[in-house]
Design a protein around this ligand. Structure first.
Ligand SMILES: C[C@](O)(CO)[C@H](O)COP(=O)(O)OP(=O)(O)OC[C@H]1O[C@@H](n2ccc(N)nc2=O)[C@H](O)[C@@H]1O
Ligand SMILES: Nc1ncnc2c1ncn2[C@@H]1O[C@H](COP(=O)(O)OP(=O)(O)OP(=O)(O)O)[C@@H](O)[C@H]1O
Length: 305
């Protein structure tokens, strides 16, 4: 028996930092959505428990990525502690997303592994053991488990209800510069327990309820709402890697671009476009200017999450 699951890129459309906690982690509020671009994870029942890697980004993972440090292997080990009766088998990870790039590829892979193992064990994906395991594996794994657009709170374990966004033609672009997540958070320079002060000290709370957000077909409403938000990690990430700001500004200046913003702790920048034609023209322009960058023409929101 073989089963496969898509592991889509996670996009932080808005990411507001709230405070630095006593344990050093930062409380966040983030509107998260998903792209139609991602990795693919296949579970091969009854084969050995190995992890094989294929795909253009497989070599970006340390040690070939197939060791215990891979989040797919870790997901299995953590879930096994919660649910001892898991199906035997191995995984094949077809890796397409750039590693450590702010679009949660590892988290998406871990979430896909949890879904496949739960399915093989005849367990529903909303089983509490799955949610507990997800939160234990990493901050972005709970939101990746269902892969639906929603607001996430705290360090990622508290999730609002699913939201429906229009499907936006989009580009994802990564300059190939590693910006380590801990260093980006450190760049905020918040003391333990200190609150983050938003620009102008505005009330920028992100509501959870769908009624508080624009309707599923209100494209202009969504863009206005997204523009009113920020990614508070962009400043520190761009200080570490100024190429991110150049990329963001280049995308924002492309005809038809509605919004360009960094995702997560970077360095990937996403850009939403008015239509497929302007997106594809921007992709061609970007590729000509930065042939070494990873660029994916995709869709964010809609059916993709
Ligand atoms: C920035 C986001 O991508 C937003 O979706 C995530 O919160 C980051 O999630 P992640 O990559 O899974 O991060 P983790 O591996 O859990 O954390 C790496 C390091 O970043 C810092 N960190 C991370 C998340 C958070 N809310 N506050 C933090 O201060 C901590 O120093 C932590 O040790
Ligand atoms: N299957 C995997 N895919 C990607 N990274 C993995 C995987 N397994 C382990 N890792 C490790 O996890 C770390 C984070 O990788 P990932 O690609 O999820 O980061 P990210 O895109 O910055 O995520 P986030 O947006 O959650 O911060 C990297 O250091 C990487 O080596």
């Amino acid at each position: 028996m073989q089963a496969s699951a898509f592991a889509p890129a996670k996009i932080n459309l808005i990411l507001h930092v709230r405070a630095r906690r006593a344990d050093g982690y930062h409380d966040l509020e983030s509107l998260v959505s998903f792209a139609a671009t991602g990795d693919r994870l296949t579970f091969v029942a009854d084969s050995d428990q190995s992890l094989q890697l294929t795909g253009p980004m497989a070599s970006a993972l340390i040690d070939g990525g197939s060791g215990a440090g891979n989040l797919v292997t870790r997901a299995r080990a953590v879930l096994h502690r919660h649910l001892p009766d898991l199906p035997a088998g191995g995984f094949i990870l077809d890796k397409h997303l750039p590693v450590a790039s702010g679009i949660g590829g590892g988290s998406a892979d871990a979430a896909a592994a949890l879904r496949l193992l739960a399915d093989g064990a005849g367990i529903f994906p909303d089983h509490p053991a799955l949610l507990r395991a997800a939160a234990e594996i990493g901050a972005d794994v709970p939101v990746c488990l269902a892969g639906r657009s929603r607001v996430m709170y705290g360090t990622g374990a508290d999730l609002g209800p699913p939201l429906t966004l229009p499907a936006f033609p989009a580009l994802l672009a990564n300059p190939g510069i590693a910006v380590p997540t801990p260093e980006v958070f450190r760049g905020l320079a918040l003391a333990p327990g200190a609150r983050f002060t938003p620009p102008g000290d505005m009330d920028d709370a992100l509501p959870a309820e769908p009624e508080a957000w624009p309707g599923a077909h209100d494209r202009a409403g969504w863009i206005a709402r997204l523009k009113a938000g920020r990614n508070d990690l962009a400043g520190p990430a761009e200080a570490i890697a100024p190429a991110i700001a150049v990329l963001r500004e280049t995308l924002a200046a492309c005809p038809g671009c509605l919004l360009a913003r960094m995702s997560g702790s970077g360095a990937t920048v996403f850009a939403l476009f008015a239509d497929d034609a302007t997106r594809d023209a921007a992709a061609a322009q970007l590729h000509a200017r930065y042939p070494e960058y990873w660029i994916a023409a995709t869709v964010i929101g809609g059916d993709a999450g």
